[in-house]
Design a protein around this ligand. Structure first.
Ligand SMILES: [Zn+2]
Length: 202
C-alpha cells in the first residue's frame, strides 16, 4: 500500500490508494484496498509461501493457492500481486465473536480506534464455522496503524499445508473448554502452562 521511502521519513500511500487512507491516522479499510487490487505492487518475492505483510495483508504463493483449490478450501478470495505468482487474501467468511480487542482513543477524523490490543485464545469466544477446510475471520476488524484482520483456519488446513511441506508460518491453537479448565487448574500454582501442540511451526 505504501511507497518505499528512499530515506528516513514518513510513509506515504501509493497514489492508487490515497483516497482510501485517513490523512490523520493513516488507516484504511482492508476490504476497500483489496477491491482496488494490487496491480501496482511492483516486485514481490519471498522464500516462504505464506506471509503477513507489515501493512496487514495475508499473502500466499502460487504453490499454496493450488493446494487450497485442490483441497476445496473455502472462506476467502484472492487477487494477484503484480506478476510474480503471489496473491493477497481477503477472508470472506466472517463469524460472530465476543469482542476481545481493547481500543484506545479514536482518530478524530475517521473515528477508527488508534490502537487495538488483545486477541482470541478460546473456542468459546468465537462462533466456529460448521464446514471443514474453512478459512475465517471474526466480524470485528482489528484496528490501528497497519493492522489487518485476525485470520483463523480449521485444523484440517494446517494438516494439508504440513503434508505438502509448506514452511515458514506459525499457527496458534484455539483452546477448547476442557483445555481452558486444565490451563486454569495448572496455573493456580503460578506456573505458566499450555496444552501440548499449542503452537505449530511449519
Ligand atoms: Zn483516521
Amino acid at each position: 500500500m505504501w511507497v518505499e521511502p528512499k530515506e528516513l521519513g514518513p510513509l506515504t500511500p501509493k497514489p492508487v490508494y490515497q483516497d482510501l487512507v485517513c490523512s490523520k491516522c493513516w488507516q484504511a479499510n482492508h476490504d476497500e484496498v483489496f477491491k482496488r487490487g494490487f496491480k501496482a505492487a511492483g516486485e514481490f518475492k519471498s522464500k516462504r509461501d505464506l506471509i503477513q505483510t507489515t501493512d496487514g495483508f495475508l499473502c500466499l504463493s502460487e504453490k499454496v493457492r493450488e493446494l487450497l483449490i485442490r483441497h476445496r478450501v473455502g472462506g476467502f478470495k484472492i487477487k494477484p500481486i503484480g506478476m510474480d505468482g503471489w496473491y493477497v487474501v481477503n477472508v470472506t467468511k466472517r463469524v460472530n465473536a465476543v469482542l476481545v480487542y481493547k481500543a484506545a482513543e479514536e482518530c478524530r477524523l475517521c473515528r477508527r480506534a488508534k490502537q487495538f490490543c488483545g486477541g482470541y485464545e478460546f473456542e468459546r469466544q468465537i462462533s466456529l464455522p460448521k464446514n471443514p477446510r474453512t478459512v475465517f475471520t471474526v466480524v470485528h476488524e482489528r484496528q490501528g496503524p497497519h493492522q489487518g484482520r485476525d485470520v483463523f483456519v480449521t485444523g484440517d488446513i494446517v494438516e494439508i499445508l504440513q503434508t505438502a511441506g509448506i514452511k515458514g508460518c506459525r499457527f496458534n491453537k484455539m483452546y477448547s473448554s476442557e483445555e481452558e479448565n486444565e490451563m486454569k487448574r495448572r496455573r493456580r500454582g503460578g506456573k505458566e502452562w499450555w496444552p501440548p501442540g499449542a503452537c505449530i511451526d511449519l
